[in-house]
Design a binder for this molecule. Structure first.
Ligand code: DOR
Length: 443
């Protein structure tokens, strides 16, 4: 079901400029953007004092369905997304069972239909021997390869198996780039450690850099479209900056931009444990620079909830990952309010970037003819994040106690308000996302 809205007097962040005025969304599509529209369609929303942005697209989440609904499912995850101004997400295949066949992929799509309150897309996971399934899958944003093991059993680490996928895959390949061999060697070195901060030593820069280098080489060699997930190091940013990029895009996560060692591990212990890990401030600075100069194309959260009980285990046993989908927009709006970037930058990294990387038609921009997925934000609103007062089912935030300025107040999906003044509105559903072909050029 599509909706119609008239949004009055907002500060609208368009692709090339910010203008004040009115926006009409008619039957789910943006039909008019003008200083003053003399008629009203659907509900009239007064947006004086608010900024109007395209809905955020989070291109990497782990919503745990099927398998671990106590951590998250497609309903709770999509509600957290809506509350954070996120109107579309791409979900990862390391569920239980993992999404490694067309049947599993279609099962997820069926689960999402009429249950997710924002738009959804799913990756299919590579194994050593499922290339036929990977290539048969049509309703997917791409192939996910875990080059190093993380949560779940998905792993393709052998160079010959990786090469076979890059040689013959018919769609975008997204890599979790950590070198399994080095990882296993280093795990042994730290097998008795109980210090969460050692996580960045086990999964060191070389571990990430080796794998990213290999993926880049394979992409060049086979002319394959590559997306490097969650880049974490200065060295990887330098590598990506120096390599031809016609077919290669990359993303960064807020936990790697805004947290660093040792501070994050001292404050959060195992709650800061994630793969690839949070590193020193040198890397966080380089990642920000990479975002600003366009080396990194977009921001993803890698929303990966684990329970407080799991995170309170010892370092060796605690799983890796942290929730994030509901705070990525406020975190970036806070950067805008601090003067570290502009609203247009935030929109480029959170909305246009993911839409371009994944060739999602009609999304990521406020433009006539684009879908009416929008978020109204109050740049004057300051709120402190509190554990327990969050949307993710695991009930905690790595950003607890952070006071941020700039919060979403209304999120709409195809012209239907789905989140408003702190409440998720029942009965609004997103749609299955569609994706462009394997040809690619960064706009
Ligand atoms: O820290 C992480 N957690 N990194 C991943 O790659 C997977 C994720 C999860 O699913 O828990």
């Amino acid at each position: 079901m599509t909706g119609s809205l008239t949004i009055r007097n907002g500060r609208m962040v368009l692709p090339d400029r910010v203008v004040s005025g009115d926006m009409i969304i008619e039957d789910g599509i943006i039909t008019t953007i003008a200083p003053r529209v003399p008629y009203t369609v659907g509900e009239e929303i007064e947006a004086t004092g608010l900024a109007v942005l395209p809905g955020v697209i989070d291109p990497q989440v782990h919503f745990r369905e099927p398998g671990h609904p106590q951590k998250e499912d497609l309903v709770s995850g999509s509600r957290a997304a809506a509350a954070g101004g996120v109107t579309a997400f791409l979900d990862m295949p390391n569920t239980d069972p993992p999404t490694t066949t067309v049947d599993e992929l279609h099962d997820k799509l069926e689960r999402a239909a009429q249950r997710c309150c924002v738009h959804y897309g799913f990756f299919i996971g590579a194994t050593r021997d499922n290339l036929e399934e990977l290539n048969r899958a049509e309703r997917t944003c791409g192939i996910k390869i875990f080059m190093g093991a993380s949560t779940g059993d998905l792993l393709v680490s052998e160079p010959d198996a990786l090469e076979a996928i890059f040689a013959d895959a018919n769609k975008l390949i997204a890599v979790h780039a950590e070198d399994e061999e080095r990882l296993l060697e280093r795990k042994i070195l730290y097998q008795d450690s109980e210090a969460p901060a050692d996580h960045a030593k086990v999964r060191d820069v070389e571990t990430a850099l080796h794998a990213t280098k290999l993926a880049v080489e394979l992409s060049h060699k086979h002319g394959r479209r590559l997306h490097v997930l969650h880049v974490t190091s200065e060295e990887e940013v330098d590598l990506l900056r120096a390599t031809p990029r016609e077919r290669i895009t990359a993303e960064v996560c807020p936990q790697h931009l805004f947290m660093w060692a040792p501070d994050a591990y001292e404050r959060l212990g195992n709650r800061a444990k994630c793969n690839p890990p949070i590193r020193t401030q040198r890397h966080a600075k380089a990642l920000w620079k990479g975002l600003v100069d366009g080396t990194l194309n977009c921001i993803a959260t890698d929303h990966a909830p684990h329970t407080t009980e799991e995170k309170s285990r010892g370092y060796q046993e605690a799983p890796s990952g942290m929730p994030g989908v509901e705070w990525v927009l406020p975190l970036m709006l806070d950067q805008v309010s601090k003067g570290n970037c502009t609203l247009s930058d935030a929109v480029r990294w959170l909305c246009q970037g993911p839409a371009d990387c994944h060739r999602i038609p009609r999304k990521g921009r406020l433009e006539v003819g684009y879908d009416g997925d929008v978020v109204l934000v109050d740049m004057g609103k300051t709120r402190t994040i509190e554990n327990g007062k969050v949307w993710t089912r695991v009930g905690w935030s790595p950003y607890a106690e952070w006071m941020l300025t700039g919060w979403p107040v209304l999120t709409a999906v195809l012209g239907n308000p789905v989140y408003r003044d702190g409440q998720v509105i029942e009965g609004v559903y997103g749609r299955e996302l569609t994706f462009g072909g394997s040809q690619f050029s960064v706009r």
